[in-house]
Design a protein around this ligand. Structure first.
Ligand SMILES: Nc1ncnc2c1ncn2[C@@H]1O[C@H](COP(=O)(O)OP(=O)(O)O)[C@@H](O)[C@H]1O
Ligand SMILES: [Mg+2]
Length: 274
């Protein structure tokens, strides 16, 4: 077996390739030799995140499928972690580390949940002084991405920086959940803020992401239909409405009125004349 960080399980690979997705949602770490595991026990809970370090020096973050450990009704968080990685690939975001669902028994221990490639030597958003231009651009793209998937947990602790102009979007399971009484388009304040202070011409990186979401809408909805087994219909309506909303906004040049754009262009001409 190739020495990948996480290996694909053969059973699921062909189905997933049919959908045009290159790497599977389901995988296995069975072929890797574990060196040691670092874990925390949740207060009052049986199992928290675990860092699994392999003999070859690579590592993954394992998060258990909490539905197997808690009595309360919980969403399938493991599949959400993995689906978000797939959506990142489909729209070319490139910020979510490779993530898969696993169900392996190694020794006597069952690893049933998600694994994500461990990002080495990273600092989170609270530990850095300021963004580079590239990091800021990527963070803005991430906010749009999070809006579409309804991610409610993107605080600065869930963004890692490696000092090479790259940011990494981790902890992606609090998404694709919406209550039927909630506003399907309910905007995070960051989105309102972002779109009210920018004009389309100033943000090709965002335009590109929205267009890719729009072009790949069917593929994404099919993915949700196939793999999300709780909250499926509402999650699909939410994602579809949000993609359509953003795309229409771009096409109509909304919410940036023509007058505002003219004013901006006038300003630019004045600046150019100085
Ligand atoms: N892929 C990763 N690479 C490096 N560190 C990670 C990774 N995933 C999680 N961590 C570290 O573990 C912490 C907890 O993981 P996280 O996925 O955020 O779970 P929680 O739901 O407990 O917040 C993170 O704040 C981060 O410090
Ligand atoms: Mg977290």
């Amino acid at each position: 077996m190739a020495k990948e960080e996480i290996t694909n399980s053969k059973n699921n690979q062909s189905n997933i390739l049919d959908e045009g997705i290159k790497e599977g949602i389901f995988g296995s770490i069975k072929d890797k030799e574990i060196d040691h595991v670092v874990y925390d026990r949740w207060m009052g809970g049986p199992r928290g995140p675990e860092k699994i370090i392999f003999k070859d020096g690579s590592a993954v973050m394992f998060k258990c499928d909490i539905r197997h450990y808690w009595m309360a009704d919980n969403p399938d968080t493991a599949i959400r972690e993995a689906i978000v990685y797939q959506i990142d690939k489909i729209v070319g975001l490139g910020l979510v580390p490779k993530t898969m669902v696993i169900d392996d028994v190694i020794g006597n221990i069952r690893y049933d949940g998600s694994v994500q490639v461990w990002i080495k030597n990273a600092k989170d958003g609270y530990q850095i002084d300021k963004f580079t231009d590239k990091e800021r651009n990527d963070f803005e793209r991430l906010r749009v991405f999070d809006f579409v998937i309804g991610n409610s947990d993107r605080h600065l602790g869930n963004v890692l920086f490696t000092g090479d102009d790259k940011l990494h979007a981790i902890d992606n399971n609090a998404c694709l959940i919406i209550n039927k009484d909630e506003d399907i388009l309910s905007f995070a304040s960051s989105i309102i803020y972002f779109f009210s202070r920018n004009v389309v011409q100033d943000m090709p990186h965002i335009v590109d992401l929205i267009v890719r979401f729009y072009e790949n809408k069917d593929k994404i909805l099919k993915l949700l239909d196939r793999y999300i087994h709780d909250n499926t219909e509402l999650a699909k309506v939410m994602v579809e409405s949000r993609i359509n909303y953003l795309y229409n906004m771009l096409k109509k040049d909304k919410p940036f009125p023509r007058k505002y754009l003219e004013w901006r262009n006038g300003l630019k001409r004045e600046v150019d004349c100085i």
